[in-house]
Ligand binder design. Sequence first.
Ligand code: PHE
Length: 459
Amino acid sequence: MENRKRETFSSGIAVFFATLGSAVGLGNIWKFPYLTGANGGGAFVFTYLICILLVGMPVMISEFYIGRKTRKNAVGAFKELKAKPFWKSIGFMGVISSFLIMFFYSSVAGWVYSYVFKTLKGDFAVLASQSMEQAAATVSQQFDAAVGGPVSPFVWQVIVMAVVSIIIIAGVRKGIERITKTLLPLLFVLIIICGIRALTLDGAVPGLKFLFQPDFSKLSPSVILAALGLAFFKLSLGMGTMITYSSYFTEEDNLFVTSAKVAISDTIVSLLAGIAIFPVVFTFGMEPAAGTGLLFKTIPLVFSKIPFGNLLLTAFFFLTSIAATTAMLSLLEVPVAYFIEEKEMSRNKAVLLTSGIILLIGILTVHPKSIFGNVVIAGKGFFDLFDFISSNILMPIGGLLISIFVGYIANREDTENELSNHGTLNNRGMTKTYLNILRYVTPALLIIVFLNCIGIIKL
Ligand code: PHE
């Protein structure tokens, strides 16, 4: 029983906020809108929602089961379950995915941090007196200047990693709980304000249509793969984050309910971000497919002509930086818990080693306009390459393996026992439905999307 002595989150509400803190991040506010824009809008959103329901949630519940049952990191958990060594590869792939994501995530988080600073300096105050065309041009130039310099984006990335490392070194409960519990609700309120303001703009109707009206002719194998990859990225799945986090859950936590609450809240935040951004795109005549800069080129315009606009803008980027930071805490926790528990490193050493590697390689991802901008591998820059390999390949493969492991290999009684909190919850029917989806629907969808993407079958 000695492994039960590991720290746990203090209460159910702390479990929820910490897990939501991992899920909600740049994925909602930056990646969801930019991918929706780049992949044609409604049909992509629709596909994404299906992926959350039939792939994301079943995989999330499975990870919760593995993590809480074993109370181990993503590699140790499979050892603890006495699984064949092969299954540990899920944990190893997870450690690699964490690194790949952090390489570019820390870079985008650096842009967000720098925007907090820019808004405090009042860089966007000029927008109030500019015409629409001028304002759209100003935000675009500001973005290029902020991320295009050879040095400053890297400096911001270093600041991001310093902040994250300090919080992680302070420990699980104190560090993660305190921040997520207080600030996530505030971010939620601010995005709602942002959305309401955006709905008063002239482009509100075309913006909403773009987001919610599916045009299925826009679907292609790569669009479907992108939606699937986003579902994994969004809910922090297929790479051990949720295994690691749920290893800190309390015994009383209802794993089904937590997963539903996290998935629904997370999706609401993403949709709200879309509602805040696309009306701006259509009001100011911008391109929905503006790419990674979309968030940074639109949000300053939402607040440009309203009272206290600059203050709200600062608050928006500040709270986004907090969401990005809590998501990074969970990302870093995967390799850190691995180094501590499997390689017997001290917590401080593990954090420093992980952060060091991230900075060393992460520099490759600073914006395409900077020094590494021209290096292209397999048609992609480092930024896109790291993103593609992690979200669209490794995490869905991790998810496939997790669904096969829990659906077919793990002891069924054990699974039912853990999901019902040792018989204290009356949820047999729910468990049955979940296991059926996990065994038949989830793996089948994942395999079909993969085969479709490499051209072996045609949807
Ligand atoms: N879910 C986070 C976001 O949307 C990113 C993340 C991915 C965090 C994987 C942990 C693990 O921003």
